[in-house]
Write a protein that binds this ligand. Structure first.
Ligand SMILES: [Zn+2]
Ligand SMILES: [Zn+2]
Length: 345
């Protein structure tokens, strides 16, 4: 039987998109009840991710509107649905990009939940975190450590886990040269994680304005890709065992490939639609590879949060109230935010 911590008979405010390419609308909705296998989350904070453009502009096939975006959600469990035993009202939880899996497809049967054929993404498959209350399936829930506040934890649920999880699977060992391309929402976390993993960190940015910040975040070297050939600079430092490519530009990523050390890997996490250009010989000589990476499972996210708690890695954020979702989203898109934009409820 469902148990209800607090009976909510009222309504809530949500920021929804009612059609592909539509503007944000703040509307009142009835607070939903948790169904079987779900919890209701009283949302405290939700990060705005560049991928929210998929919902805003209808770039993901099959989105049903109106839709509430948001996949960097932190709040407290407010109600648990039938069959939910592992989570309790009052517990602080998060929901990130991995918003649920079917448990039955071939990938799931192989234990590869990240590549579930029917992967659900909050804000795309169902209403996400730009609202005061959200329903989430239990398999998507993440426990949030006590010492992390909700606005700091939110960006770690997508930007954080993506940089942390891809770097820890990069094959680079402590002491290896690892480059982080792009000093933005993803990159400013990638630099911190790379430093805490014990890598020699080279940050690659455009212009000199981010150099001081990149070094403060933990970069040992800064390469201005506008002033020098970044691949040559990386080779001058010995060649990168891994390059975490965060800036959404296939062209900028292409310029880095020759900076890889033998057996080095370009890890692609900055999503864009333009091509990465590489010749077969660039990959063959030196046995180099290019790999795409998407987030991870909720257990990976808990690792991210615990590691951040342990080492002091934190996102730099700007917060906006839910009512200003349109302004906050525009701020994120502008690229001017330092560095993640977070909505508070
Ligand atoms: Zn995201
Ligand atoms: Zn599956």
């Amino acid at each position: 039987m469902a148990t209800t911590a607090t009976s909510k008979a009222g309504t809530m405010r949500v920021a929804q998109i009612s059609k592909s390419g539509g503007e944000f609308e703040i509307v009142e909705r009835r607070i939903p009840n948790a169904g079987a296998g779900q919890v209701r989350i009283k949302v405290q904070a939700c990060g705005i991710c560049r991928s929210d453009v998929l919902t805003k502009d209808g770039l993901w096939p099959g989105i049903e509107y109106p839709r509430v975006p948001g996949h960097e959600v932190v709040g407290t469990v407010d109600e648990v649905g039938a069959g939910v035993t592992a989570w309790n009202p009052g517990q602080r939880v998060g929901v990130g990009w991995h918003g649920g899996h079917d448990g039955t497809c071939l990938s799931c049967r192989r234990g590869d939940f990240r590549n579930c054929r029917n992967l659900q993404v909050p804000g795309i498959s169902y209403d996400g975190g730009y609202q005061q209350y959200m329903l989430g399936p239990v398999e998507a829930l993440v426990a949030v450590p006590e010492s992390l506040n909700s606005v700091d934890a939110a960006p770690l649920l997508c930007a954080g886990i993506t940089t942390y999880n891809s770097l820890r699977h990069s094959g680079a060992f402590p002491g290896d040269l690892v480059a982080v391309q792009g000093i933005g929402g993803l990159g400013h976390l990638g630099i911190q994680f790379a430093n805490k993993f014990g890598y020699q960190v080279a940050a690659v940015g455009r212009g000199s304005s981010n150099e001081a910040l990149a070094k403060k975040l933990g970069a040992h070297a800064y390469i201005d890709s506008g002033a020098a050939d970044p691949a040559k600079e990386l080779q001058r430092l010995g060649g990168a065992q891994a390059i975490l490519a965060t800036a959404p530009s296939g062209k900028a990523m292409s310029a880095l490939i020759d900076g890889l050390a033998p057996n080095g890997k370009l890890i692609v996490i900055g999503a864009s639609f333009d091509a990465i250009e590489v010749t077969p010989l660039q990959l063959i000589v030196g046995t180099r590879s290019i790999e795409g990476w998407a987030a991870g499972t909720p257990a990976d996210t808990e690792d991210t949060l615990r590691f951040s708690e342990l080492t002091g890695v934190r996102p730099m954020i700007e917060t906006y109230p839910l009512e200003k979702a349109d302004e906050a989203y525009a701020r994120m898109l502008s690229g001017e935010a330092q560095f993640r934009v977070v909505l508070t409820m």
